[in-house]
Design a binder for this molecule. Sequence first.
Ligand SMILES: Cc1cc2nc3c(=O)[nH]c(=O)nc-3n(C[C@H](O)[C@H](O)[C@H](O)COP(=O)(O)O)c2cc1C
Length: 181
Amino acid sequence: MTKKMLTNIFAEITHACKEKNHPYRYFYMSSCGLNGHIRQRTMVLRDVIDGQFLQVYTDRRSKKMTHINEHNEVSLLFFNPDTLTQITMVAYVEIEKDKDELQKKWETIPDFVKSDYVVSDIPGTIIQHPDQTQYNDHSGNFTILYFIPEKIEILQIKRPNNIRASYEKTNFGWEGVYITP
Ligand SMILES: Cc1cc2nc3c(=O)[nH]c(=O)nc-3n(C[C@H](O)[C@H](O)[C@H](O)COP(=O)(O)O)c2cc1C
């Protein structure tokens, strides 16, 4: 039963990355650098590879990359307000290193999405006005991250009983148990 819950969640997340308005298409990623400061931000889920690795795009100059390079474990949070379901994940991060793969993906991205990754100044630089944002004409700062979940918790708020399940990745696949909400 817990296994089915996890299978359903992965199926829904996989569906969500192709559905513009699905609540799981946007999720929150928390990271922690060497100094112990925590940052969190919204991300767009771009794909789910092999049914379990979450793919996102980012700018390699952003603060999250500093954090990931210092400590490559992150916490992810998804929330569906329609079903009152919360999913949290502890995940390791892999950064795409293959230049051909990055270029191949870049060529499939619509121009309006590309503009998010071609800002001239490093993300977080002070500017006079948003209209003064300058753009590069190359894809050099675009990169792809893969989140590899190691632990997952699902909490569904419902009557008469809230449901909470906890999963760990083992050598035999995902092992899950119900836990008190
Ligand atoms: C709706 C929305 C979607 C976003 N999607 C992404 C994304 O997919 N990738 C990304 O790097 N930043 C995305 N951002 C911007 C991040 O939330 C964040 O502000 C930015 O990446 C800088 O974060 P950092 O300084 O912690 O690295 C998104 C922001 C919003 C509001």
